[in-house]
Design a protein around this ligand. Sequence first.
Ligand code: TXA
Ligand code: MG
Length: 339
Amino acid sequence: MQTEIIKITADNSKEVLSKASKVIRAGGLVVFPTETVYGLGADVFNEEALGKIFSAKGRPGDNPLIVHIGGQGQLKLLTDFVSPIQQKIIDNFWPGPLTIIFPKKNTISNIVSGGRQSIAIRMPSLPLSRALIEESGVPIAAPSANISGRPSSTTGGDAYADLLGRVNMIIDAGQSNIGVESTVIRVTDESVSILRPGAVTKEMLEKVVYPLPVIFAKDKDNPQVSAASPGTRYKHYAPRSRMILESSDKMAEHALSLQQEGKIVGIISTNQKKDSFKEYAPNLFVLGDRNNLEEISQSLFMALRFFDTHPVDVIICESFPEQGLGAAIMDRLRRASEG
Ligand code: TXA
Ligand code: MG
């Protein structure tokens, strides 16, 4: 398949959106930017197109997709039931990096939901994403635009590296603002469970749903959760080298001992620590200011992909406190460093 790659500019955005929406309507695949990461999109009502998403990514068929809407009016195309607490969450966080699980309408293909009766929906805040959905006239089903198991794409170039020849079009709008995927939640009358942490944090949700508790659903200690959020079961975000997470004060010692064993060591660190790792350059990636978690999350997947072109035996990566956005950062880093 020929992949058309278009860099979006102030001058060409109308033209690009019109072209991309034609591809969506014709059952094709379009990689498009969102505020979190790039998505690999297709018409939610076109089963053949939905099937193509799974083959393009090499994604297991039981791992369901997120459906992106351009406005609240499109919700009723996908679900018949929005609870008052869900509505309150929507009013506070949409458009934005938050995905909510709803009961799925029967008219929506089981391919979207990996066979389950629920459907994951989000309204992205990036105006370009919503403009594409509006122009296409249909909600767009879109997982992250990466080969299954690899770090999500946060630049057009990442999507290009993974999906060239597998999609019809890539819209390149530069670097994603947030850099980690949306928060995924399940809401009941008793609690809000975070199935995947993201930029809408536990603390932010708590302020809105109080006195309802907000809990992290830990897939490892709870088999019901991995059933509820199948995506968390699979290998994820894997850099091409083995990665070890280490606290900032123990990193230097750990790296040195691996180096003394004869290993080529790569380092992922922060502004505060980078001077102590100078001698590891060029196998050194600096995420940004350790105290600015927005900056860290924005460059996180870039750091993992950096080692695609800087092959090392082992990567030592600095760890972060798990408050706020730190929960999402550590979730991704843990998965990236698992087996
Ligand atoms: O920020 C994002 O969410 C990006 C952009 C493109 O919007 N999308 C994204 O999609 O990260 P994906 O497919 O890589 O991750 C979707 C996650 C998976 O963990 C999946 O298991 C979960 O959402 N999910 C989807 N439908 C679900 C459902 N019905 N029930 C539970 N979890 C679901
Ligand atoms: Mg993904």
